[in-house]
Design a binder for this molecule. Sequence first.
Ligand code: SF4
Ligand code: SF4
Length: 249
Amino acid sequence: MPIHEKSLIRPENLREHDKLQIDGVDVSGPWSTFIESRVVNDYNEHLEEEVAAFPGGSFIHRCWQCGACTNSCTVNAINPDFNPRYWIYLVRLGMEQELLRDKDIIWQCVSCHKCTHVCPRDVEPEGVMKALSHWLEHKGHTPKSSSQHFDEAFFEQVLETGKIEEGRLIRKFFKRTSQPLKQDWMVSMVKGLINGLPFTLLTKLGLSTLLRPKTSGWKRSKDSIQELIQMREQERKEVLQKNNTESHG
Ligand code: SF4
Ligand code: SF4
């Protein structure tokens, strides 16, 4: 009988006998495949709570493991190891070490939202993937990803001015990710803009790059957003701190 979702079993846990006969029947090779039993004793009982404290993760508790997210997933179609259903399962069980084995591919979610669209329980798996990536970075399991650098640069600009000015945003992003400003695709895009856009629009774009305009009356909105962020950060800190205290207590 084939092993269901065999890709989830770590190769080192699969055992086969090259030569094995049982009651005169040759069961060598795949006919004698079995899965080695294992003991898990390093649960993080608060893992679900920790992931839920990051933006996008708050509905993880609703998952009933139907697998629709993984079946519809764009990345899973290319790489079967990318498995949102399985990672949600590990988080809910508190199997942190098992989850960390896939830490280098979790960030590969392309945010297509197909999983979120099909999920019958409104778990918003795309959000859970984001929360998981942030959790991994926050706990120091992975370095800060380029997309996180971009999110931060984007958010800082919106918070500061209430507007998005792409030129400044891209410069900031390149600087933070140590990329040269002059890149082939960038040069051809700028050339295309210069050739294709009307002069007045180009002038406006140039001026907004230089003058850094702000949305009028933005200060009140900025203060409210900042207050909300501080509140959320404090909540998250408390969850993570509580769990750290318990594990070291
Ligand atoms: S589709 Fe939703 S309920 Fe089903 S496994 Fe994925 S997250 Fe869980
Ligand atoms: S949003 Fe991410 S997890 Fe969801 S289907 Fe797209 S790639 Fe897969």
